[in-house]
Design a protein around this ligand. Structure first.
Ligand code: GDP
Ligand code: MG
Length: 304
């Protein structure tokens, strides 16, 4: 029997789940997009933009990291929607190998500390101090970092700028050694585990937030009614669901202008992300009080 050549010792491969937590607006979704290099999670300067969990996959030769972006932990509002979101934040902390807790440089208030209290022991936590690009005198970061680092044990503390892409490799370098050894969990070219249908809804919702800002009622949502792929063309029918007739008028705008701008911007982003042509039709529907109905929430897949 001929002996097979001895393979060279394979380098260790690691794979695991990393959850990104932090109060709204600290830059979690921006960080996820930056790490993955594609726009997966929608961002806005309005808190609460991310309502469901979005994953982003980073594949390197030695490791595959699945990041989970959580909706910000909400403690101010008490509606059913917020309770469902809080449950999903808590759920996100279960099957997790590493937690990245994001805070904003020079800002750590009681809302941040409330998030910190959610983090249970036994899972390594990395503190990412984001938006360091906004701090001119970097020396000011040192006492701030010392104060936040005193709140609990951190495996690493890394100043970053998600917007500028600063220290992304440092962050990954701190994460990878903490992951279990194992084969990749997904294909090397997958960037996310969420499907195109979901991404389409998220991109449309982002444009709504961008265009309407504070005019946008808190409970507005997007539903994809139809998603058909035909060769390189995706035909998508979407509904924007609002609470009241008056809100419908705001979304549509004078002569339909607002809706046109929103839909065009969403379609462009979809075409970029999906790498093909998109035919997008958008309707605005009125559904009264859905944010306070547990049944609607379940149908939309929030909560458990
Ligand atoms: P999330 O609610 O934690 O997911 O926060 P987002 O990712 O939606 O970001 C909230 C806001 O902060 C957006 O306006 C981002 O453009 C901005 N932002 C995120 N990261 C940075 C950063 O590193 N520097 C600066 N200057 N702004 C950032
Ligand atoms: Mg977000």
């Amino acid at each position: 029997m001929s002996k097979r050549p001895v393979p060279e010792a394979a380098p260790t491969h690691r794979a695991g789940n990393v959850v990104i937590v932090g109060r709204p607006n600290v830059g979690k979704s921006t960080l996820l997009n930056r790490l993955v290099g594609t726009k997966i999670s929608i961002t806005s300067d309005k808190p609460q933009t991310t309502r469901q969990q979005v994953t982003g996959i980073v594949t390197r030769a030695d490791a595959q990291v699945v990041f989970v972006d959580t909706p910000g932990y909400q403690i101010e509002h008490r509606s059913v929607l917020n309770r469902a979101m809080n449950r999903s934040v808590a759920a996100g902390l279960e099957r997790v190998d590493v937690v990245v807790w994001v805070v904003e440089a020079l800002v750590c208030d009681e809302r941040d500390e409330a998030v910190a209290r959610l983090l249970r022991g036994g899972i390594p936590v990395i503190l990412a101090v984001n938006k360091t690009d906004t701090v001119k005198d970097k020396k000011r970061l040192l006492p701030f970092i010392a104060r936040v680092a005193g709140l609990r044990d951190f495996t690493a503390v890394i100043p970053i700028s998600a917007a500028k892409g600063w220290q992304m490799n440092d962050l990954l370098g701190a994460i990878v050694p903490l992951l279990p050894e194992g084969p990749p969990l997904h294909d090397a070219d997958d960037v996310t585990t969420v499907n195109e249908r979901f991404l389409a809804a998220e991109l449309l919702r982002e444009k709504l937030f961008r265009q309407l800002g504070d005019e946008l009622p808190y409970a507005t949502t997007v539903e994809i009614e139809r998603f058909q792929e035909n060769g390189n063309l995706r035909s998508i029918q979407a509904s924007i669901v609002v609470d009241r007739e008056g809100q419908k008028a705001i979304v549509i705008g004078k002569g339909g202008q607002k809706l046109k701008v929103i839909a065009t911007a969403a379609r462009r982003d979809m075409e970029r992300l999906f790498g093909g042509k998109v035919f997008l039709e958008v309707w605005v529907k009125v559904r009264r009080g859905w944010a306070d109905s547990d049944a609607s929430l379940r149908r939309l897949g929030y909560g458990n």
